[in-house]
Design a protein around this ligand. Structure first.
Ligand SMILES: O=P(O)(O)OC[C@H]1O[C@H](OP(=O)(O)O)[C@H](O)[C@@H]1O
Length: 307
């Protein structure tokens, strides 16, 4: 349980972050927990796995990759402890391998849509979006990138470091400069924390402003998302919860304490409606947002009765 608690804490504090990495870390934690679980009865085994699964899922509410990963990794059908343990180890490893392969596929597929000379804008720090950008660059395309700062956690600083390591010409801008620079941009590429059954995107706060500005300037808006970022529970009407994080990420608590009439809101994500999205680059190909329902049904293998 100690490793599970450590992983959960790292996800909560964002030491482990990015929807894909959170998913892989959760699958690893379940796998290692199942491998070391010392129980004699199947009832005990099931109860412990359920408890750990629920605990990991509770760490961050928005990225659907987390419950999807936990559900896929902790799947077993055997009624015998040793076999069920092996099933979880196998399923978790399969999930992790699939997640790694997905990033490569998204990079390959998405990069075909990047033209020589393209100027790309990205937001926050998405490994899936960066896979497209770096693959295009490694294919010899002469591209450059505008990267937003992504307040308050400033994940944009991770993005510029990564792009700089590849030697990709990059401009860091503050979030409020998105519309100002959109005229210079050819394509916007962002990641996803969740995609609803109606094709709406949930991603880092401010993403919908990039989408609006891109729409106004007739620039292409591309989302990079593994199939495990699609949300099955939205099919049965559950809304995606937007994580509200601490005020101290935005303002020094000592300063805030003196401002008795001021409150701080710090939502970590926002919604971008499907009509602002030109395409979603997934590991099973490029799809329009309207195909989100099909991805959930056919590629995540969820049955309505299970939700
Ligand atoms: O899975 P990858 O593409 O890396 O990231 C997907 C999304 O996860 C991140 O959330 P946070 O920084 O963990 O809150 C960002 O919103 C990013 O776009």
């Amino acid at each position: 349980m100690q490793k599970v608690q450590e992983t959960a804490e790292k996800i909560r504090t964002m030491e482990i972050r990015g929807a894909g990495r959170i998913a892989k870390a959760a699958a690893e934690a379940i796998r290692d927990y199942a491998a070391g679980l010392d129980v004699t009865s199947m009832e005990e085994f099931s109860a412990k796995i359920r408890e750990v699964s629920d605990f990991l899922i509770s760490t961050r509410p928005t990225a659907v990759s987390l419950p999807n990963a936990v559900k896929l990794a902790s799947k077993y059908s055997s009624g015998n402890v040793e076999d069920a343990r092996q099933e979880i180890i196998t399923n978790a490893n399969l999930f992790i391998e699939r997640a790694d392969r997905a990033l490569g596929k998204i990079g390959k597929i998405g990069s075909r849509r990047i033209r020589d000379g393209d100027v790309i804008m990205t937001h926050c720090n998405s490994h899936a979006a960066l896979s497209i950008i770096t693959t295009a660059f490694e294919d010899g395309k002469n591209i450059s990138v505008y990267s937003t700062e992504s307040r308050p956690r400033c994940q944009g600083l991770l993005t510029i470091q990564h792009l700089n390591d590849f030697g990709i010409p990059t401009t860091l801008i503050v979030d409020s400069a998105v519309r100002y620079y959109m005229k210079d941009v050819d394509k916007v590429i962002v990641g996803a924390d969740a995609i609803a059954a109606n094709g709406a995107l949930v991603n880092k706060i401010g993403t919908s402003q990039l989408a609006l500005a891109a729409h106004e300037a007739r620039k292409s808006f591309m989302v990079a998302a593994e199939t495990f970022k699609f949300s099955p529970s939205t099919i049965v009407g559950n809304p995606i919860e937007i994580e509200e994080r601490d005020a101290e990420e935005v303002i020094d608590p000592a300063v805030l304490k003196e401002l008795s009439h001021v409150q701080v809101k710090n939502p970590a994500f926002d919604f971008t409606p499907a009509e602002y999205i030109d395409m979603i680059v997934t590991d099973i190909g490029i799809i329009p947002p309207a195909m989100a329902y099909t991805v959930i049904k056919e590629h995540l293998g969820w049955e309505l009765g299970e939700i």
